[in-house]
Design a protein around this ligand. Structure first.
Ligand SMILES: [Zn+2]
Length: 86
């Protein structure tokens, strides 16, 4: 059946890209958030598809070890000093 096949494919796609659980920013390698420099922050309300609101997303660099990170954050988190202007 076409319908059941399509449903099955959508489920597979959903499983193929597992949702990353929101996490607070930090550098696992350094074990601290003291050296982070935030390069990008997308509030949940700015998600591309507002009907399917997602947690905020953040990208940052650890200035100590140079690692880059990008992941989702809890809804109530924002970078230090984040202001609602751009
Ligand atoms: Zn680091």
């Amino acid at each position: 059946m076409a319908i059941s096949a399509q449903t099955s494919r959508e489920q597979n796609q959903r499983h193929r890209i597992p949702a990353q659980p929101p996490a607070l920013p930090g550098c696992p390698q350094c074990g601290t958030d003291a050296y982070l420099e935030f390069t990008r922050y997308v509030p949940a309300s700015y998600a591309p598809d507002p009907e399917n609101l997602r947690p905020p997303a953040v990208s940052y660099i650890c200035k100590r070890c140079g690692n880059h990170y990008s992941h989702r954050t809890p809804d109530d988190w924002a970078p230090p000093g984040w202001q609602w202007y751009a």
